[in-house]
Design a protein around this ligand. Structure first.
Ligand code: SF4
Length: 500
């Protein structure tokens, strides 16, 4: 009965056009074929246009997807890195997932949490347990931003999600002279009706993520058995539309690469962004690109579209050009070498990640114990490729020339949705972000960095300050610079949570 009541058919019908959704499989396949032999001249023209920071035309995306010449691909990779710099500068944002439950009514064939999989220990964290996890993340590791993850189950409905979110926002831990707290909570949960989404908005949701997994209708039907909630393709496809209607304007798209042809999935992501833009004047806040990974007691012999490392890197470059305004997230499903090779095209990655239920508390059993980097297959949805600490990851990012931003100001100052997207495309938001990255990174270095990381991080901050000074008065006012310089001193003296 719960399942029957959840899906509101009228909340699907309102978006359909002549009974159809916006993914036309045949049209996508035809467009890929029709643009499969684009000349290098055309490709270079398309690349040039991408610097306008606008959603790319689907024929142009199809043409980019067809490129096989290694030299031309290199030009596309270089453009992807430049576009990332143009919109997001050298910033990388770090976050951690917090898995709250492993109970799920669905039976997705690729997922360890699917119902009926006896290899998985089933659990829904109590509010106190959620708080314990968040305290480890905020106070022992130093995260400020989480994505909370939930299976689809009556025990983890919109009320539970809202309550757990509020509990996480409520923690304020004194830590090493500073404050351990989570300042932005993003949610990765099942599609909800508008009524449930309003509850999440009121509880202070950051970004709402619902990944379509595969945009290909037939494949979607095969991997999400009929009769399960997730078997309803349009209910999932329009989850983000409903979120926008509910007043949540930061929404995130993603596809699980490996379920179907990666070129089709990229076209699907772009079509999704287009439909959101068309209806709401605003595309996705972020795009995620998870690849299929092994999971406990899960058969993958049916998979025919595993994505090679080479294709994976290339699809990230194409998405960077095709949806240039959106943040691009690569996760610890991937191995460190892979993340290193794509991070200059991406904007966010997770760090010190554990995906078992209750796994952060398990990994830090005592007050000041170091992290135990083990995985617990029976508690996880899938296996991770990178389990390094946030400190080690930050050191590596800094070595590569990135500044790590813990900024959550945009969302708290109402710079979300269209406001942030317009500002990002015009370079304006980039200025706020640059200043806030300096302040928040300094704060993290003070509270959590080991000696070597602090030394390296401080050098990056010095470099960033030089750059900001050189851009006064063209991009920054004198007053902003003074405010920033004072802010750095105040943080070094123990104040926290300063931002523009
Ligand atoms: Fe449930 Fe999500 Fe796993 Fe599907 S992918 S079985 S919905 S947890």
């Amino acid at each position: 009965q719960w399942q029957k009541n959840l899906i509101k058919q009228d909340e699907i019908d309102r978006y359909l056009s002549s009974g159809k959704d916006f993914i036309d499989d045949e049209a996508i396949e035809n467009e890929i074929k029709a643009n499969s032999s684009a000349s290098p001249e055309r490709i270079r023209e398309i690349v040039k246009k991408a610097f306008d920071i606008k959603l790319m035309d689907s024929a142009d995306v199809a043409a980019l997807l067809s490129v096989t010449d290694p030299a031309l691909k290199e030009e596309i990779f270089a453009a992807a890195r430049e576009i990332k710099m143009k919109v997001y500068d050298k910033r990388v944002v770090t976050f951690a997932p917090l898995y709250c439950s492993s109970k799920c009514v669905n039976a997705c064939s690729y997922c360890g949490f699917r119902c009926g999989n006896e290899a998985i220990e089933r659990r829904v964290l109590s509010l106190d347990e959620v708080e314990a996890e968040a305290r480890v993340l905020a106070s022992k590791i130093g995260h400020k931003r989480l994505v909370m993850v939930y299976g689809e189950h009556p025990d983890t409905d919109a009320d539970y999600i809202a309550e757990t979110m509020c509990r996480v926002y409520s923690i304020k831990d004194p830590v090493r002279g500073g404050v351990g707290e989570i300042r932005r909570v993003n949610i990765n949960a099942a599609p909800l009706p508008i009524e449930g989404l309003v509850k999440l908005r009121e509880a202070g949701i950051g970004t709402y993520q619902v990944f379509q997994e595969t945009y290909h209708h037939d494949t979607y039907r095969k991997v999400h058995p009929e009769g399960t909630l997730k078997g309803n393709y349009p209910w999932r496809l329009y989850a983000l539309h409903r979120a926008m209607d509910a007043g949540i304007d930061d929404v995130a798209v993603g596809a699980l690469f490996g379920l179907y042809d990666w070129k089709f999935e990229v076209m699907g992501l772009v079509a999704h962004a287009r439909d959101l833009e068309k209806r709401f004047g605003l595309g996705p806040h972020t795009v995620s690109v998870p690849r299929l990974e092994p999971a406990a007691d899960t058969d993958f012999s049916w998979v025919k579209h595993w994505v090679s490392d080479e294709d994976f890197r290339y699809l990230i470059a194409v998405i960077r050009l095709a949806i240039p305004y959106a943040g691009l997230i690569v996760t610890n499903r991937e191995k460190p070498e892979m993340i290193r090779s794509v991070i200059k095209m991406c904007t966010q990655r997770d760090a010190d990640t554990r995906v078992g239920i209750g796994a952060y508390s398990d990994a830090f059993p005592e007050t000041e114990a170091g992290a135990i980097n083990h995985q617990q297959e029976e508690k996880q949805q899938f296996m991770l490729g990178d389990t390094r600490s946030l400190d080690a990851i930050i050191r590596e990012l800094v070595d590569m020339g990135h500044i790590v931003s813990f900024c959550t100001a945009g969302y708290r100052c109402g710079r979300t949705g269209k406001k942030i997207m317009d500002a990002l495309s015009s370079g304006q938001e980039g200025c706020f972000c640059k200043l806030n990255a300096v302040l928040t990174f300094q704060e993290w270095l003070e509270d959590f960095a080991t000696g070597d990381t602090k030394e390296k991080g401080s050098k990056i901050i010095d470099k960033e300050m030089e750059e900001i000074r050189a851009r006064v008065p063209a991009d920054f006012s004198k007053a902003q610079l003074e405010h920033l310089e004072k802010g750095l001193l105040r943080i070094r003296a123990g104040e926290r949570d300063l931002y523009f």
